[in-house]
Design a protein around this ligand. Structure first.
Ligand code: FDA
Length: 303
């Protein structure tokens, strides 16, 4: 990220919430499960798969974590009931990871058991580095308990990630590889674009070498090309490409037309704010969007 961009990103928390909501509407299916159902059905009609995320993270009370788990049960019910080509993505802080590891473990187990019964896959998202060890631990526990419909995420910005990929290899895990969105210090994370890209490719190679199923989650054309070179000789079921709702949709359609399996991350729910900030901070047009929003706010009768 360029210095000027960092300055703009720092301004984001001062932007009024209604403006954030308007600017980030493209990234979120809507507030309700019905919004997610419609969005996923539309994506499926375009030949794209989906992964459904119930928005919400870093809950502070057990009841909130239980409510999120319950929302996942409803989402699984909808996916099965509507015969959608979709799985779910779960954030462990939303299931209480920062309240109590055992609470999180037990809520995750119920979500995974429900998904197993319906033949649906569960991807455990990766959050900031304070969650990495616990996330990998809970993932390993599930796999060692025989839950094969669960996958994990590795972030190429973290210096530890290649070692994590090696340590997971005995499980032949299903791994989503992404750059990582959380701001981490240089002591544990690469800061430069090129290093993060290079590590992405190293981790991808290590995962493929270990026979893992990989989900390559990026909109970065340079990385997409490196990934496409690597999967060129593989059968289409051995890997998938992943993108976020509202990002590079035409490129996603092109990849589907070329015969790749592509999954779109579909978040829905009332707790849209944190997710929206993360997406806006990655939008190269953020400065222009904020300038336009400020101009529109200054026009009487607008916003
Ligand atoms: P980069 O940010 O360089 O984007 C490449 C290009 O894509 C940009 O130049 C722009 O054209 C376009 N673009 C990207 N973001 C945009 C936006 N918001 N608005 C408009 N255009 C945009 N991270 C994490 O830490 N844990 C996780 O579990 C996940 N899960 C996850 C799932 C999926 C399906 C995806 C695609 C991504 C994640 N991520 C994630 C986020 C990931 O770590 C990373 O922050 C983003 O994908 C952005 O990085 P890119 O590789 O896309 O490159």
């Amino acid at each position: 990220m360029r210095v000027v961009d960092r300055a703009i990103v720092r301004l984001l928390p001062t932007v009024p919430r209604p403006v954030v909501q308007r600017l980030s509407a493209r990234y979120i299916a809507g507030p309700t499960l019905d919004d997610a159902r419609r969005t996923v059905a539309g994506l499926n009609a375009e030949g794209k798969m989906a992964t459904v995320d119930v928005l919400g993270e870093v809950v502070t009370r057990p009841e909130e974590a239980e409510a999120i788990a319950s929302a996942y049960h409803s989402a699984l019910d909808a996916i099965a009931g509507d015969h959608l080509d979709a799985n779910v993505s779960v954030k462990l802080t939303a299931l209480g990871l920062q309240i109590d590891l055992d609470l999180c473990r037990s809520l995750l187990a119920t979500v995974v058991a429900d998904a197993t019964a319906r033949g649906i896959f569960v991807r455990i998202d990766m959050e900031d580095s304070s969650c990495t060890d616990d996330t990998l631990l809970l993932y390993r526990e599930l796999r060692e308990a025989g839950r094969d419909n669960v996958g994990v995420v590795l972030q190429s910005c973290l210096r530890r990630t290649l070692a994590d990929a090696d340590a997971l290899a005995d499980l032949r895990p299903s791994v989503r590889i992404c750059k990582g969105i959380y701001v981490e210090p240089p002591s544990i994370a690469y800061q430069g674009r090129d290093q993060i890209r290079e590590n992405f490719v190293h981790v991808l190679d290590a995962l493929l070498e270990a026979g893992c199923h990989v989900a390559v989650a990026t909109h970065d054309e340079w990385l997409l090309e490196r990934a496409l070179e690597r999967v060129a000789e593989m059968s289409r079921d051995e890997y998938e490409l992943q993108m976020l709702l509202g990002v590079r949709e035409e490129r996603a359609s092109q990849l589907v037309a070329e015969g790749h399996r592509l999954r779109v991350y579909v978040p829905y729910g009332e707790k849209w704010y944190e997710y929206s900030l993360r997406r806006l901070q990655e939008n190269p047009s953020l400065a222009g969007m904020l300038a336009k929003a400020a101009v529109l706010r200054a026009v009487p009768g607008r916003n």
